[in-house]
Design a protein. Structure first.
Length: 587
């Protein structure tokens, strides 16, 4: 790409690079070896969530160097910076998970503050783990800069040793971290030896990259392409492939093109592009967490698009991409089958894509799909007219138990498995439920209720993967149901309903349930109800003593609990674009 002459009169970086008054600022830039020519070019923030916490993020620093090469080739001056990540796989199953969802807001906030403080003109954001993807995209839309997102890539699948001590079903499938959580459940019930568990934990996650199934990271990576913030096909290639650098370089060059054309994040993220993104979540059997993150991204653009809107789109989108945890294949298989572009092409065949939406390439999504020649392989990506099921892999529910909605993943479940009625067994937190499951202190046919785990009540809206994986490991995943005002991992299997709203801490009906109350979950009809009259629910609410106290009476999680809003609207912590009186790019 040829370098272009730059008019910085409308770019934020003019505030730190231009005119005699900025001589002190320029002295800092010369101190870092930045040339006079580079000082007067557009400045591009290259933000990563690199850290050494987990394999999801470990490759991001190297990939950022490729992005910087692309920015330089396009005539820009890249400035790399990092932000935090809380990796769910490490935070799972203990108090650390309270930090996970709050980290999404911290990522968006810190990227915003860095961009504002240093007056960068555009943003290329790299992220690898669950909350870092939406957090980075939220920052892009909040700032409304020319922006390109790039995913760090997925982990390679693991392979179990072919030894008799390891059960055959582990030996014959690709392994992901999900299998390790289920292996813990089997170990606890005596059907998997300590030695077998030790062997599995050493091979399940063999490389850098985010969890390999269609869990939250890969779901939101698919969203990044479908919503238009990422270059087409950039999310698919596994993290260890150094040929991913071509996507980094292309993303760096692409952001320079967006600066020249003044194409900003909110030109790309529109109501229609959010619909496209929700369709990709549904047809791939993606994580229920997308029902939280898409409304949060919409909020940054001032677009009304909440959980119930997401669920309505899920309802009329066929599920035709066979990915774990409900299906058979992992992210590497999807990439080899043609990736998100082929999925979008199938959705277009069914008339389910808004083709006029702008993308990070500067072309519309329709123009991008015109360039794709590959077809559905019928194995990983089924033809849209021959789907695995006629409705999306994720379903929204409403009823007297969840007036503000709830969400359930049904990918891989039969119609008979999508209706469940049983008595409630109520737990006040995840730890109590997990201990009861370990001790088998529950009965087949019950609906396990875990409350006080919402965004404010937790605080932090923890994921319940440890409990659901233990149930699956005990062979009970299809014999009980589970509902919570918390979240589920994208790796969760079984009939598990999350995001029940309003949450218990906000006085939602889930706060008033008692053991034995009869609960019905019907994913076919989209209903969730408890067999109590309005009068009985009102009487219980009158007796309610308010939210359960937590130990988080100060610090970041206290602050988060005070600010966080309804799950239905994305569990956001500020008023959003509708309250703006200025836009960063126009200052």
């Amino acid at each position: 790409m040829l370098k272009r002459p730059t008019d910085k009169s409308r770019l934020p970086s003019r505030h730190v690079t231009e005119g005699p008054a900025r001589a002190p600022h320029r002295s800092y830039f010369y101190a870092m070896g930045i040339s006079d020519e580079e000082i007067h070019q557009p400045w591009v923030g290259v933000a990563t969530c690199w850290n050494e916490a987990a394999p999801c993020n470990i490759a991001l620093s190297r990939q950022a160097q490729a992005v910087k090469m692309g920015v330089k080739a396009g005539g820009g001056t890249p400035r790399e910076f990092t932000t935090i990540t809380v990796t769910d796989g490490i935070a799972m199953g203990h108090e650390g998970m309270r930090s996970s969802l709050a980290s999404r807001e911290a990522i968006a906030d810190t990227v915003e503050l860095t961009m504002r403080g240093h007056c960068y003109d555009a943003l290329v954001g790299l992220a690898g783990c669950d909350k870092s993807l939406p957090g980075m995209m939220m920052a892009m839309v909040r700032l409304n800069t020319p922006s390109v997102f790039i995913y760090g890539g997925s982990i390679l699948p693991g392979k179990a040793p072919q030894v008799d001590e390891i059960p055959e079903d582990f030996r014959t499938r690709d392994l992901t971290v999900q299998d390790m959580f289920e292996a813990v459940g089997r170990n606890q019930n005596g059907s998997l030896s300590d030695a077998a568990l030790d062997m599995l934990e050493r091979v399940a996650c063999p490389s850098s990259g985010a969890c390999g199934g269609q869990f939250t990271a890969n779901t939101m990576a698919c969203v990044s392409e479908a919503i238009g913030l990422a270059l087409m096909n950039s999310s698919g290639m596994p993290a260890p492939y150094e040929s991913r650098d071509q996507y980094g370089e292309a993303s760096g060059e692409a952001v320079m093109n967006l600066i020249e054309k003044n194409i900003r994040a909110r030109d790309i993220v529109t109501y229609e592009s959010l619909v496209n993104a929700a369709r990709v979540v549904a047809c791939t059997g993606g994580s229920t967490n997308a029902g939280l993150h898409l409304p949060a991204i919409a909020h940054e653009a001032g677009i009304d698009f909440d959980l119930l809107d997401v669920c309505e789109i899920f309802r009329d989108t066929p599920y035709f991409v066979d990915l774990k945890p409900g299906g058979q294949y992992v992210a590497k298989d999807l990439y080899e089958a043609g990736g998100v572009p082929v999925v979008l092409k199938e959705l277009r065949r069914a008339g389910l894509i808004h083709e006029d939406c702008m993308t990070a390439s500067g072309r519309s999504i329709g123009e991008e799909l015109d360039l794709i020649t590959r077809q559905a392989d019928g194995r990983v990506i089924h033809p849209v007219d021959k789907p695995l099921s006629k409705t999306g892999g994720v379903v929204g529910l409403t009823g007297n138990l969840a007036p503000d909605g709830a969400i359930v993943k049904v990918a891989g479940m039969t119609a008979e498995q999508q209706v469940f009625t049983g008595p409630a067994r109520v737990f006040e937190c995840e730890e109590d439920a997990f201990e009861a499951v370990k001790a088998r202190e529950y009965e087949e046919g019950e609906v396990i209720v875990i409350r006080n785990e919402g965004p404010a009540g937790g605080p932090g809206m923890r994921e319940m993967l440890a409990t659901t994986a233990a149930l699956s490991g005990q062979g009970m995943g299809k014999k009980v149901a589970l509902i919570t005002d918390g979240r589920f991992s994208g790796a969760t299997r079984g009939f598990c309903v999350g995001h029940v709203g309003p949450e218990a801490a906000h006085g939602g009906p889930i706060a008033f349930l008692k053991n034995g109350d009869r609960i019905t979950i019907d994913a076919i009809k989209g209903e969730i109800s408890v067999a109590l009259s309005d009068a009985e629910l009102a009487a219980r609410k009158a007796e309610w003593k308010g939210p359960r106290p937590t130990d988080y009476a100060s610090g970041a999680l206290w602050k988060y609990a005070q600010l966080v809003g309804d799950t239905r609207k994305g569990a956001v912590t500020h008023p959003g674009a509708r309250a703006e009186t200025h836009v960063y790019m126009d200052q």
